[in-house]
Design a protein around this ligand. Sequence first.
Ligand code: C2E
Ligand code: MG
Ligand code: MG
Length: 743
Amino acid sequence: MPEKTNEQMNNELNITCTNTSGNTNASNRTDAVEKILIVDDEKLHQYSLMELMKQNNCDVECVSSGDEAIEIIQNNNIGIVLLDLNMDGINGEDVMRFISKNDINTTIIVVSGETSFEAAENALKHGAYDYIRKPYSIDNLLNSVNNATKKRQLEADNHKMHAQLRESEKLHRYIVNKSPDIVYILNEEGRFTFINKRIETLLGYKVREVIGKHYTELVHDDDIEKAQFKFNERRTGNRASINIELKLKCKNNDHPRNFDNRILPIEINSVGVYSSHETEDNKKFIGTYGIARDITDRIEAEEIIRFQAYHDMLTRLPNRTLLNDRLSQALTHARRNKTNLSVMFLDLDRFKMINDTLGHIVGDHLLQAVAMRLRHCLREGDTLARLGGDEFTLLLPEVNSKQDAKLVAKKIIKSLTMPFKIDSHELFVSTSIGISHYPEDGESIESLIKHADIAMYSVKGNGKNNYQFYDNKMINAYSNHLSLENDLRRALDDDQFEVYYQPQINIETREIFAMEALIRWNHPDRGMINPGEFIALAEETRLIKQIGNWIFQNTCAELKRWREMGLDDIRIAVNVSAIQLEQYDFVEFVLDVLSKNDIPGEFLEIEITENTLMHDTDDGILKLRELSANGIKIAIDDFGTGYSSLNYLKRLPIDTLKIDQSFVRDMSKSDEDSSIIKAIIAMAKGLNLNIISEGVETEEQLEQLRTWRCKNMQGFLFGRPMPCIDAVDMLKDHAQIKMHIVE
Ligand code: C2E
Ligand code: MG
Ligand code: MG
């Protein structure tokens, strides 16, 4: 055999025994460099093999016995073993047995002097890769080593590929299972062959429960038809179903969640769904791949947006849009069936004041509480809407007559009489209600709402806390109201106000003991305007502060003149609204005016209405106490029309209760009113308060009140509110009044 050069041998060997990339080994010790181990007890053989391998750049190690071989094989990364069989002690076969028993990934090439067939057969049986007889041909040996190395490399690559596949499968499974969407595969019958774990959290089914089920078992009954050919989509590409909304059934849950189903056919996904011999044209449908996304949040958000478009978010009542919609439907119905309907416009009295004094948060809470109470006054089918601010509109689509609407209005007014507990406040609100009735008061949405609004304004102008039906005559007053505000601003500067005085009489002594100051407005175009028409506006615009101050200054200056004339036992009663009382320097101001006019405190009485006080805070009580401490008298005006707790009255420094004129007016007709008056008188006696009846117009009323032991009275019977000059005349001539008193 001709000798080969090292270079030739290298080319032939064509292997890299020293594996620099480090990944071609199949064993777990893959990254270490693989060595060739030469095991031969004959030194000469050992040496020549070693030289041969070294010339081929192999990392070689040599041992002379089986023991040493086992030792090295166990602890080193040996790729190929060139193994002699006949050795003393542990021989080649033992070494092979050891390798196979311990499942060591080493390739054995036996290089032996044994020439028998059995020996070769035996060696191969024990796991040898090749059997080369000594004396070996270099070519043979190098070929064998070369082939073994290639085989090992292939095995290593294969192993690595499998490991990578396993990893990537694990990763995909992880991604699929962790997906926020349900991922599923159906077979050609529409049964689940795969579903990810998301089904467990979203629908409550275990994966194993779903596998094998037909998809229709998961689809909500409402949507079965819609789901057909969407859930088990057969089409591909652009024609496949996308973003179809369906409802699926949750396990043990009656509320279906909404799903956005994107069902893709298997063609799109390379998940091994075609047999390799099948062509695109000849494909066989074997199932559906789909992704279902939970869109509950989106559906909820859409519902909120829809709700917001038709509701007032503070009270959750319908808004103007929804009201108009319902009103339009109700009108169509009423026209067709020739029935009636009513529209009410409600505006809370003095809400603005509460909002301004106690803040928007309290105001908002109050509106919510009011809305709740109003809701309880309604029947099914009625629509209560909030149009903004403190304005509510009520549609009564089924009323037989105005009488029905009247009952509802009364119910609403009554429902608001009890105080509201808002945060730490006890608040009193009332409402003014205007009512328009279809068909008399309008046939369109606009005219019905507008006329109810006008009627509401009329209530405001007539003392609030009441209801009124629309009347054509109100239009004038309404348009007047609109221009009144501008005029009111000018009235003070232009000196258009005047104070009228009305006497308060003690019928036992027949004396006028006080004069109530009542404001009048000499409007340049409209003539004399009564306070009922502008006080509310003055309060809303807060002009009442300046107007009120003007009244104090004016009446006190007047009283000073009276006192200088010798009329020095007359008291003056001045009406004060809540907004005036709010002024931080109110007490100082009043005391200052009194002292400038040399008037002792007891000659001034302040009249406040019940509700003014009730809504007010401790601050108001403190101010009244301070005024009282300075001798000033406090009277509760229009007593009996509001809501007073006795406890509350006890906390106030009250001197007088003024029985509201409505009771006096109706006492002859109504037992209820008589009882109220008697009860108020009894209560006043019990609390040691003065009592005065307002609005006494007839002798009959006078007599009746006298028998109930009410000695102080005020009313047209004794004198209407009159200009100052007339009041002075009256005071000067008591006899004139005494003539009216029947003993
Ligand atoms: P009020 O304080 O209860 O005043 C009594 C009202 O009843 C007065 O109406 C008076 O003219 C009227 N009146 C008196 N006797 C009779 C009678 O026998 N029969 C009838 N039917 N009515 C009678 P007026 O002057 O129109 O005042 C209405 C309300 O306006 C007052 O009710 C008071 O609350 C308010 N007001 C009047 N002047 C002022 C003021 O200067 N400041 C404030 N804040 N409010 C005022
Ligand atoms: Mg009064
Ligand atoms: Mg009164």
